[in-house]
Design a protein around this ligand. Sequence first.
Ligand SMILES: Nc1ncnc2c1ncn2[C@@H]1O[C@H](COP(=O)(O)OP(=O)(O)OP(=O)(O)O)[C@@H](O)[C@H]1O
Ligand SMILES: [Mg+2]
Length: 326
Amino acid sequence: MMDALLEVRDLTVTLRSGSGEVTALDQLSFNVNRGEVLGLVGESGAGKSLTGAAIVDLLVPPLKRTGGRISLGGERLDGLSEEALASIRGKRVGYIFQDPLTSLNPVLTVGYQLAETIAIHTGMDRAAARQRALEWISRVGISDPERRYAQYPHHFSGGMRQRLVIALALCGEPDLVIADEPTTALDVSVQAHILTLLKRLHEETGTAIILITHDLGVIAKMADRTGVLYAGRLVEIGPTSQVLLAPRHPYTQGLMRATPDHRSTTARLSPIRGSMPGLGRAPSGCPFRTRCDHAEADCAATRPELVLHGLSDAACHHPLGLGVAT
Ligand SMILES: Nc1ncnc2c1ncn2[C@@H]1O[C@H](COP(=O)(O)OP(=O)(O)OP(=O)(O)O)[C@@H](O)[C@H]1O
Ligand SMILES: [Mg+2]
């Protein structure tokens, strides 16, 4: 058995609007094992960021978690007080956002921010926390840490800021880091360096990572397992090589076929027809059926649940590669 660090069961998030409630995340269930990288992919609006935010209750109205259980290391996170959650965020779960300026305070020096985080989450005294902060500045590849310690976020380039955010997320020695599009806002030339840094620190610290991205290339490079989200549902999850090279769900196959530079096939690029339904507009049964070439009557009649097919779980009545659909 894998050693589950994070267990998410039937996670449901609703959005309240003037015209009523719509389901934004629909009964998501998945695990993150200790020390692994779980990739989450899907088109824009699929629910990737909401999933990350819901785990540590960063949702703000009109979004609300309305169902499900979340445990970290066997301890329930849902239902904890805001105070208890605040201590879990940072100490046990670090967060890396797309925009580094979300995490960095513009009016405090970066050294102060790191040392403060270290002191709070590890209990070190001031002098030790300062020393550790200097180490983290070097560790994320920023030279001259003594000078850099005393500078403010605006003194750093976008790539350097994201390095600091990674240091901030990891310096409290969390069990899990949630990284939401950590490189999307950066220049292409900087993206690969940041991913390499994240991977190296992951290997050195053993921190598990939920890596949220729309980029299958990033997934292929970084993730041990991958989950695919579509219209607020988890439609496939399994070992990354299986999910990318032998997808069971037609949506995953469609994503692969719409992505340039993947090595599984020489087929030319073909976007998935149609577009993902907006919030509250998913059709009955399988949410993907209106765009799916394999859909049959049962796909409209009943909602497919995640079922293990070989090495991956897929929520599909007619999974690919099993001789039942072509
Ligand atoms: N604060 C909000 N108010 C209203 N709708 C929201 C809010 N936040 C997210 N949504 C909606 O919830 C759905 C899922 O959003 P989410 O941000 O999780 O998508 P995503 O998969 O992260 O997309 P992207 O790749 O664009 O970041 C989308 O339809 C989005 O418009
Ligand atoms: Mg997002």
